[in-house]
Design a protein around this ligand. Structure first.
Ligand SMILES: [Zn+2]
Ligand SMILES: [Zn+2]
Length: 417
C-alpha cells in the first residue's frame, strides 16, 4: 500500500474551504497594498540556495532536497521563496522599474526536516517581498500587511516581536563580541551551539535548550553595537509602528534562520497559551541580491506557512466560508432517461448551472441519498415516463417538495429561483 511520503499531506476536498479562504485573503490584502503576484519554478539551480554566504546554515547543510537531473545539472527543490524571487528580479531587469517593486507569492517549499504539527517537508507559503528601497517605512509596510492578512482571517491578539541585527558594517563587530562571550562558556552550551559558535554565531541566541537560553539572555545585546545608520533605521521603524498604533515587543535574541538578513527582523506570534511558535517571520535582506549576482539592492519581506495558519484557524475555531456546493443533482431511472439526462445536464451546464449527474443503475432512493450527501439544493428526476411527456420532476431537497417542470423551461425555472 502506497502512502504519501513522510512529512507530506494530501489536502482533501473537505480542507479546501480553508485553503481557498486563506489564499483569497492573501490576494486581497496584497491588492490593498499594491503587491503583485509572482510564481517561480518549484526547483532552482543548487547554487542559488547554497551560496558561499549561506554555508553553515541548517537550510543548506541539512534541509534541502538536492538532486541531479538526467543531464547532470545539480538542482534544489525550492527551499524558500525569497532567493528565487530575488533571482527573478535580477533576471528580468526589474531594477529598471520604479522602485520598490512589490511582489507576493503563494507556493510550495520543500525542506527535509522533522515533521511536526503545522510543519511539513512540503509546505506552502504566502509571502511578500518589497525590493529596491531601504526606507524604514517599507519594513513597517510589510509588518502591517502581514498583520492585516492575519486579522482579516479573524486571528487576534497577535504579538509582533522586533529586533535589528545590524548591517555588514556593524554586525561583524557584534559577532566578535558574541563569540568572545561564548568562548568562556563553551563547556556549558549544547553540541549544536558549539558548532554555531564557529559557523553561525548569531543563531546561538535562539537556541531552545534551557541552559543555552540562560546564556543567551545574559549575552551582549546587538542594540548596543549598531552603527549610527542602523540605529536610526531601527528607531524610525519603531516610531512609525507607534504612530500606526501597532504594538510590538523588542527581543534582542530574535535572529532569523537564514543568513541574508540585515537590520530589521521580526516575527508575529499567534494567541496561544505558552505557545512560542511564530506564524510569520520576516525582515530586511539588503545584501541578498548582491550575493546572487545583482547590483546592491535592498529588500524586505516576510513569509508565512499556510498549513500553520489553517491549524491556527481550527484551534481558534474560526470558521471559513463554505465552498459552493453543486446546486443541482440529476437523477434518472430507466433506459431512455439515461440518454435524455446526459443531454439535459449538458444544456443546464451551458446555461451556467452546476450539475452533478448520477451515473445511473442506482435506485431513486440511493440517488437522493447521494444528492443529500453532496449538499445539492435541487434534484431533477427523469424517468422514462417524464421523457415521454417532455417534463422533469424537480425536488427541493430542503423543503422536500416536488414540482413538475417542462424540460425546455428548466433553465428558466432555476434562473427564477
Ligand atoms: Zn549597521
Ligand atoms: Zn544550544
Amino acid at each position: 500500500m502506497y502512502k504519501a511520503p513522510r512529512g507530506t499531506v494530501d489536502i482533501l476536498p473537505a480542507e479546501q474551504a480553508y485553503w481557498a479562504h486563506v489564499q483569497q485573503r492573501a490576494a486581497e490584502v496584497c491588492r490593498l497594498y499594491g503587491y503583485e503576484r509572482i510564481d517561480t519554478p518549484a526547483f532552482e539551480d543548487y547554487d542559488l540556495f547554497a551560496r558561499r554566504d549561506a554555508a553553515g546554515t541548517d537550510l543548506v547543510e541539512k534541509e534541502m532536497y538536492v538532486f541531479e537531473d538526467r543531464s547532470g545539472q545539480k538542482l534544489t527543490l525550492r527551499a524558500e521563496n525569497t532567493a528565487p524571487v530575488c533571482r527573478a528580479y535580477v533576471e528580468h531587469g526589474m531594477f529598471s522599474l520604479p522602485q520598490p517593486v512589490r511582489l507576493y507569492y503563494l507556493g510550495a517549499t520543500f525542506r527535509y526536516e522533522r515533521p511536526q504539527a503545522g510543519r511539513y517537508r512540503q509546505h506552502h507559503q504566502f509571502g511578500c517581498e518589497a525590493l529596491g528601497d531601504p526606507s524604514p517605512g517599507l519594513d513597517v509596510e510589510v509588518i502591517e500587511l502581514a498583520l492585516g492578512f492575519l486579522s482579516s482571517l479573524g486571528l487576534q491578539q497577535l504579538t509582533v516581536v522586533l529586533n535589528s541585527i545590524g548591517c555588514r558594517q556593524c554586525q561583524p563587530e557584534y559577532v566578535k563580541v558574541l563569540q568572545r562571550h561564548y568562548e568562556a562558556l563553551s563547556g556549558e552550551v549544547c553540541a549544536d551551539c558549539r558548532v554555531r559558535m564557529v559557523r553561525n554565531p548569531l543563531r546561538l541566541l535562539d537556541c531552545k535548550e534551557p541552559a543555552c537560553r540562560l546564556i543567551a539572555d545574559a549575552a551582549p545585546r546587538i542594540s548596543d553595537y549598531l552603527c549610527p545608520e542602523c540605529e536610526t533605521h531601527f528607531r524610525e521603524v519603531q516610531e512609525q509602528l507607534r504612530v500606526l498604533g501597532i504594538p510590538f515587543t523588542l527581543n534582542h535574541k530574535l535572529v532569523r534562520g537564514l543568513d541574508y538578513y540585515t537590520r530589521t527582523v521580526f516575527e508575529i506570534l499567534p494567541q496561544r497559551e505558552g505557545g512560542q511558535s511564530a506564524i510569520v517571520g520576516g525582515g530586511r535582506y539588503d545584501g541578498l541580491i548582491e550575493q546572487i549576482g545583482g547590483k546592491s539592492t535592498p529588500g524586505v519581506g516576510f513569509a508565512t506557512g499556510i498549513e500553520r495558519i489553517v491549524l491556527n484557524l481550527k484551534e481558534q475555531q474560526l470558521g471559513v466560508p463554505a465552498l459552493p456546493a453543486p446546486r443541482i443533482y440529476l437523477a434518472h431511472m430507466g433506459d431512455s432517461a439515461r440518454l435524455a439526462a446526459a443531454v439535459l445536464a449538458r444544456s443546464l451546464r451551458s446555461a451556467g448551472f452546476g450539475v452533478v449527474a448520477s451515473t445511473g443503475g442506482k435506485s431513486l432512493k440511493a440517488q437522493l441519498r447521494q444528492a443529500n450527501a453532496l449538499g445539492a439544493r435541487h434534484t431533477v428526476i427523469l424517468g422514462d415516463d417524464e421523457v415521454q411527456r417532455g417534463v422533469v420532476t424537480v425536488r427541493d431537497m430542503t423543503l422536500n417538495e416536488q414540482v413538475t417542470v417542462p424540460q425546455d423551461g428548466l433553465a428558466a425555472y432555476f434562473s427564477s429561483r
